[in-house]
Write a protein that binds this ligand. Structure first.
Ligand code: NAX
Length: 325
């Protein structure tokens, strides 16, 4: 049995994610203990979520616990999915959001350090997810630093869909289309190393102007477009991406294939600052964890964009070091 702790469990991504975990979409037939964490003000909503999970009568769902205390919720957790974060309020600048969530992730990092399994895999979804993952890792030195991840899989999936639509092919024919860098407006969808079937994506979609312009910008803007259309941010697609990220990390999905994930890269082959949680082409490793895929070509366009994303992450980290930590 695995204990899966989910924060922000009364929120909208959780409402798409928890029932799928209970149905076995994360761990197959392995039994699950779901540990749900949200703020004290959400206790009643969380209780309703628990009731609905019970009403699903899911065979793999062994136990459900609800808490508003992080240390209690993370106790012995094997897998941790951090959805809970402060949303950006009216008039709030990105730096205010960074500081507000910085404080949340300092506390959650400390709580993970005190009570989670030392081998836990920790996936951060709550934004700004790369820097939040960096803080949680910083304050949880007892845990394996290579098992802190930031979710960029939704960006990858958005890029795959868009490229397949343009090329007129099926989504599963698109390979190695990953996203580099920060989960933000500086993220870099990599059309240079991507393939469609056995051919380079750039051979199939020869319109370089579209790739560098509209393609990159549509992937970056897709989250905002969903908010404009739905009045709420992506939830179903985010839950799918969270499941895929965890399954890939555990070696249950995409073995041998490249996927996007924000990770700490030791002996980084691309010259990115190693301390950052940066999205790379990753590959699952037998027994869990991931390796950064080596040998990808960064042409002048990619290199320039990737350095901008790196600079943004350095700035976010340094702001936190100055103002929060
Ligand atoms: P919701 O506002 O629906 O839910 C967030 C939940 O977190 C709320 O129930 C809130 O009470 C709880 N919460 C806040 N602070 C908490 C804390 N300190 N401890 C425990 N719980 C806490 O947001 P939702 O739509 O579910 O999105 C969750 C997060 O995912 C947001 O930060 C959002 O920006 C981020 N996203 C990240 C994506 C990614 O690709 N990395 C894409 C989807 C999403 O935008």
């Amino acid at each position: 049995m695995k204990k899966v702790a989910v924060t922000g469990a009364a929120g909208q991504i959780a409402y798409s994610l928890l029932f799928r975990i209970a149905a076995g979409d994360l761990l197959g037939r392995e039994k699950v203990h779901l540990s749900l964490l949200d703020l004290p003000s959400m206790r009643q909503v969380l209780e309703g979520v628990r009731m609905e999970l019970e009403d699903g009568a899911y065979p793999v769902l062994e136990t459900i616990t609800c808490s508003s205390k992080a240390e209690e919720a993370f106790e012995g957790a094997d897998l941790v999915i951090l959805l809970g974060a402060k949303p950006r309020g009216p008039g709030m600048e990105r730096r205010d959001l960074l500081s507000a969530n910085g404080l949340v992730f300092v506390e959650q990092g400390k709580a993970l350090n005190r009570s989670a399994s030392a081998d836990a895999h920790v996936l951060v979804v709550g934004n700004p997810c790369n820097t939040n993952a960096w803080i949680a890792r910083y304050f949880a030195p007892r845990l394996n630093p290579l098992r802190f991840y930031a979710m960029t899989r939704l960006d990858q999936n958005r890029a795959i869909f868009l490229a397949s639509k343009k090329a007129g092919c099926r989504v599963e024919e698109v390979h190695d289309l990953i996203v580099w860098g920060n989960h933000s407006q500086t993220q870099v969808p990599d059309f240079v190393n991507a393939k469609i079937g056995r051919r380079a994506l750039c051979e199939v979609i020869q319109d370089r102007h579209w790739l560098e312009g509209e393609f990159v910008s549509q992937v970056r803007q897709r989250g905002a477009a969903v908010i404009r259309a739905r009045g709420k941010s992506s939830a179903g697609s985010a839950a799918e991406a969270a499941l895929l990220s965890m399954r890939s990390v555990l070696g249950l999905h995409d073995m041998g294939k490249a996927f996007s994930l924000g990770v700490t890269s030791v002996e980084n082959p691309y010259g990115i600052e190693e301390d950052l949680i940066f999205s790379y082409p990753c590959r699952g490793r037998e027994g869990g964890c991931v390796d950064v895929v080596r040998g990808w070509v960064l042409d002048a366009f990619l290199d320039k964009e990737i350095r901008l994303s790196e600079a943004e992450l350095v700035e976010e980290r340094d702001l936190l070091l100055r103002e929060v930590i």
